[in-house]
Design a protein around this ligand. Structure first.
Ligand SMILES: C[S@@+](CC[C@H](N)C(=O)[O-])C[C@H]1O[C@@H](n2cnc3c(N)ncnc32)[C@H](O)[C@@H]1O
Length: 350
């Protein structure tokens, strides 16, 4: 097992979520399996056990061979218990990830030269960036909602796996002494919030995101019983707390800052430091810069991160911005190893 991934093991014990994550990452590291599963499931959007029927139907020997090697099909020709468990826990999330990895792979093959020469050109050409069209999330109507839902589902599929280890690292650094008023900027449909709420004492949890994302998130949170409020709008333009609500003790920015050029990221951090109460904390969680020492074993799923590779930054970049904004600010950083190396940073305002 790779050195990075072995860090996931706590005292020799692997938790059920880590086990699930390892099973999923192993499967998604296999390009042949991704292609076969993508071809089987690509035609329909199956959910629940109905989706597994495609794996039991007549498949050509080549597909059976690939899926058997990948541990999806067992010696008896049926779906393995391991895959069935993964499917039950993660079916739609798994399909969202397979779809994205295959799209990203196609983009890298077709436009990899642009990624190397000019990331902005790559962004214009790549289908994954067409899918991540935030501007659609500001438009009303069912078509804009459907377009927005497609990528929020993928983001939530990742955050559901990233949530437990990142929340644990955040809770250790935040070390709360009382229930917190948390404001998560760009918190998407609340997948990460659902995990953080289990790790931190929470007085109030608000997610600020773009309008269609908040509408989808409100429905999602209601169905999942997650106690969060959504505040729709543009994080760059709107006030971060509404008049009637006290300022947050903790502002969370998870996988948000890499979306923005450095000057915009600096403005977001400036707003966070202004909005949080004195003594409060600003939390940043991001993948580290896409450098060899931060990567795991070679895997087909790398493609999903490689399309964003030019945008990931090391913790030192954000630490520098924070110190430039508030020279005496206390900043704590801890590494977390998931699909690649991440960092969690907690900046405490004086
Ligand atoms: C890469 S996603 C990360 C989502 C979430 N933090 C997670 O890790 O699961 C970036 C998030 O920022 C939100 N976002 C983008 N532009 C925004 C804006 N101008 N105002 C508010 N939210 C925005 C997106 O809708 C999306 O939910």
């Amino acid at each position: 097992m790779h050195a990075l991934r072995s860090l996931l093991v706590n005292g020799g014990e692997i938790s059920p979520i880590e086990h699930l994550r390892n099973t999923e990452e192993t499967l998604l590291s296999d390009l042949s399996a991704l292609i076969v599963l993508g071809a089987i499931f690509g035609r329909a959007a199956p959910s629940g056990d109905a989706g597994l029927a495609g794996l039991r139907a007549d498949l050509p020997p080549s597909a059976v061979a690939v899926l058997t090697r990948a541990g999806v099909i067992g010696a008896d020709g049926g779906v393995t218990a391991r895959f069935a468990a993964l499917w039950q826990a993660r079916g739609p999330a798994l399909l969202a990830r397979i779809d994205f990895i295959l799209k990203a792979t196609r983009d890298l093959i077709d436009h990899g030269d642009a990624l190397l020469a000019d990331p902005a050109r790559f962004m214009q050409r790549a289908s994954v960036f067409a899918m991540f069209d935030y501007s659609r999330g500001f438009e009303p109507g069912p078509a804009a909602r459907a377009d927005t839902e497609r990528w929020t589902r993928y983001v939530a599929a990742l955050s559901d796996l990233e949530g437990p280890p990142l929340s644990e690292a955040i809770a250790a650094l935040v070390a709360p002494t009382r229930p917190l008023r948390i404001l998560e900027i760009g918190g998407n449909i609340g997948a990460f919030a659902a995990h953080l709420i289990r790790r931190l004492p929470v007085a109030d949890y608000t997610i600020l995101d773009i309008p269609q994302v908040c509408a989808i998130g409100a429905d999602h949170a209601r169905a999942a019983g997650v106690d969060v409020r959504f505040r729709p709008g543009d994080m760059h333009r709107m006030a971060w707390s509404d008049g009637g609500v006290a300022r947050p003790d903790c502002i969370v920015l998870k996988s948000v800052l890499h979306d923005w050029p450095l000057d915009r990221a600096r403005q977001v951090l400036e707003r966070a430091l202004e909005a949080v109460v004195p003594g409060g904390q600003v939390v940043i969680a991001e993948r580290c810069a896409f450098r060899a020492e931060n990567l795991g074993l070679p895997a087909a799923s790398d493609a999903a991160n490689m399309v964003f590779a030019p945008f990931y930054r090391d913790a030192s970049v954000y630490k520098g911005l924070l110190h430039a904004l508030a020279p005496s600010i206390k900043v704590d950083v801890t590494p977390v190893v998931l699909d690649m190396r991440w960092f969690v940073m907690v900046a405490t305002r004086s």
